[in-house]
Design a protein around this ligand. Structure first.
Ligand SMILES: Nc1nc2c(ncn2[C@@H]2O[C@H](COP(=O)(O)OP(=O)(O)OP(=O)(O)O)[C@@H](O)[C@H]2O)c(=O)[nH]1
Ligand SMILES: [Mg+2]
Length: 437
C-alpha cells in the first residue's frame, strides 16, 4: 500500500501546521527530512514529541515530530506528524519534500478510511468524526461525538449478533422439522424480534429532533409593518443588525441571521411588513416575505397593540402548521389579545420564553439528553429497512420464511456497522472528508 501524506491543518499562516504521513515508508521518509536534537533516531520512541530540524532542499526550520507505531495509530499503520511553524511556504516545501522522497498525496479522508479498513474505527464512528468537523452548533458536535464513541455501532452490532443466534436456532428447527420444535423456535424468535422492533422504533423516533439539530430551525418573523419585527430579530440575536424606525415599511429586503439556543441553531429571517404596497421595491420585498414564510419551519407572527382585522386576515393567509402568534410591545400594553406569548423587543421581556417555546416545538429533550440520534440519512434508511424486514419476520409462519426476513434485517444493520456496506458507498462516505483527515 502506498505511503500517503497531506497537510492536516487549514492552509494559510498560523501558529502551527501539521503534516501527516502514513504507511510503511513513513518513518523512513521522516528520517530523511527530520533530525531530532540530542537523541539518535534508533532511540526515538512512539507517541513522544521530539524537537529537531526539518531540512528540505531549499530551507531548514525547527519543528516537532511525533511517531505512532502500527497498529497503534489513527490509521493502524506507521504514522508520523511534523508540527511546523504555520505558513504556506514552509508547509508546502516540507510536503513537497515528503512527496519527493516517495510519499504520495492522500485523498480526502484517506487517513480515516485506512483506519476503518484496518479495523481501528467503525464506519459510523468515522461518520461521527466528519459530523463533528462540519458541526455548526454544539448540539451537532454532541450528536457527532455519540457516533464517534460508537453508541450506534454497538447497538447495531449487538442486534446483528442476536439475529445470528436466532438464525442458528431457526436453521436447527428447519433441519429437524418436528412440529413442536418449529413452533417453539418461531415463538421464541418473535419475542426477541419484538424487542428489536422497539429498539429500532426508538431510533426512528429521533429523526425529527436529529434533523433540526443538524440543519437548524428556520424561523420567519412576519406581520404587518411597524409591529416590531426587526426589533425582535435584533433582540433574538442580541445585536443591532436590522434597521428599526417608526416608519412603516422600513424593512424592504429579507435579512437572515443565526442564533444559538441550548446548542441548537435557529436560522432567523426578518421580513418586510405585509401590506398592500404600491412601491415596486416594497412589493418585491413582500414577495420575498411570503417566500420565507413558505420555507420556514415556524413563523413568528408578530402583532402589537393595534391587533386588527387586517392582522387576522394576514394570519389566515399564512397557511403554516407551526405559527406562534407573538404580541410585542408588552411595555405599552400587557394583554395577550389572543396571542400565544407576550414579549417586548424593546425591554427584552419574554424573549427567553419565546426561545424556549421554539426549542420545545422542535427538540425532544429526552432524545437530546439520550445522546443517540439518527442525524445521517444513510443510517436512517438502513434502520428503516431493518425495521421493515423485522416487521415482516414477525408475521412469518414458517421458519424458512422468517430466516429470509431476518437475513435482510442483518444486511441492513450491516450498512451501519460496515459489515455489508459496498465499496462504492465507503468511497462516497470518505470523499466528504477534508484533506489530511
Ligand atoms: N414600546 C415599544 N416599541 C417597540 C417595541 N418593539 C419595537 N418597537 C418600536 O416599533 C417601531 C417599529 O419597529 P420595527 O422593528 O422597525 O418594526 P418592523 O415590524 O420591522 O417594521 P417594518 O420593517 O416597517 O415592517 C419602532 O419605532 C420601534 O422602536 C417594543 O417592544 N416596545
Ligand atoms: Mg422591519
Amino acid at each position: 500500500m502506498r505511503t500517503i501524506c497531506a497537510i492536516s491543518t487549514p492552509i494559510g499562516t498560523g501558529g502551527i501546521s501539521i503534516i501527516r504521513m502514513s504507511g510503511e515508508q513513513s518513518l523512513v521518509i521522516a528520517q530523511k527530512i527530520f533530525s531530532p536534537y540530542g537523541v539518535k533516531w534508533q532511540d526515538i520512541e512512539p507517541r513522544k514529541m521530539y524537537l529537531g530540524k526539518v531540512k528540505t532542499k531549499n530551507f531548514s526550520d525547527q519543528a516537532l515530530f511525533v511517531y505512532f507505531k502500527a497498529p497503534n495509530s489513527y490509521t493502524g499503520e506507521n504514522l508520523v506528524e511534523f508540527h511546523l511553524h504555520g505558513g504556506n511556504a514552509l508547509t508546502m516545501g516540507t510536503l513537497n519534500q515528503c512527496l519527493e522522497f516517495g510519499a504520495q498525496m492522500a485523498e480526502p479522508g484517506e487517513f480515516t478510511k485506512r483506519g476503518f479498513l484496518n479495523g481501528k474505527i467503525s464506519l459510523s464512528s468515522a461518520e461521527g468524526v466528519i459530523e463533528m468537523i462540519n458541526a455548526q452548533s454544539e448540539a451537532q458536535v454532541n450528536a457527532g461525538y455519540n457516533l464517534l464513541e460508537g453508541a450506534l455501532n454497538k447497538k447495531c452490532v449487538k442486534m446483528q449478533d442476536e439475529i445470528t443466534d436466532i438464525l442458528a436456532e431457526l436453521e436447527a428447527a428447519i433441519d429437524y422439522p418436528e412440529e413442536d420444535l418449529e413452533s417453539m423456535a418461531l415463538g421464541e424468535a418473535k419475542k426477541r424480534i419484538k424487542g428489536f422492533l422497539d429498539a429500532l422504533k426508538k431510533l426512528k423516533d429521533t429523526q425529527n429532533t436529529a434533523r433540526f439539530v443538524k440543519d437548524g430551525i428556520k424561523v420567519a418573523i412576519a406581520g404587518k409593518p411597524n409591529v416590531g419585527k426587526s426589533s425582535l430579530l435584533n433582540a433574538l440575536i442580541e445585536y443591532d443588525r436590522a434597521i428599526v424606525t417608526d416608519i412603516p415599511g422600513t424593512t424592504r429586503d429579507t435579512i437572515d441571521e443565526v442564533f444559538s439556543y441550548k446548542g441548537v441553531n435557529f436560522i432567523l429571517t426578518d421580513t418586510a411588513g405585509l401590506r398592500r404596497a404600491d412601491d415596486t421595491i416594497e412589493k418585491l420585498g413582500i414577495e420575498r416575505s411570503y417566500k420565507s414564510i413558505k420555507g420556514a419551519d415556524v413563523v413568528l407572527f408578530l402583532i402589537d397593540n393595534t391587533y386588527s382585522k387586517e392582522d387576522q386576515k394576514l394570519l389566515e393567509q399564512i397557511q403554516k402548521k407551526n405559527i406562534i402568534i407573538v404580541k410585542n410591545k408588552s411595555d405599552v400594553s400587557d394583554t395577550l389579545n389572543g396571542a400565544d406569548i407576550l414579549i417586548s423587543a424593546k425591554t427584552g421581556e419574554g424573549i427567553t420564553e419565546l426561545k424556549e417555546k421554539m426549542y420545545n416545538m422542535f427538540i425532544d429533550r429526552k432524545i437530546i439528553s439520550g445522546g443517540l440520534m439518527l442525524t445521517h440519512s444513510r443510517h436512517l434508511a438502513a434502520v428503516n429497512r431493518a425495521y421493515n424486514s423485522l416487521k415482516n419476520a414477525l408475521i412469518a409462519d414458517q421458519p424458512d420464511l422468517m430466516t429470509i426476513d431476518l437475513k435482510e434485517a442483518w444486511q441492513a444493520l450491516g450498512e451501519i456497522t460496515g459489515s455489508t456496506v459496498s465499496e462504492a458507498i465507503i468511497d462516497r462516505i470518505f470523499e466528504k472528508f477534508c484533506l489530511g483527515k
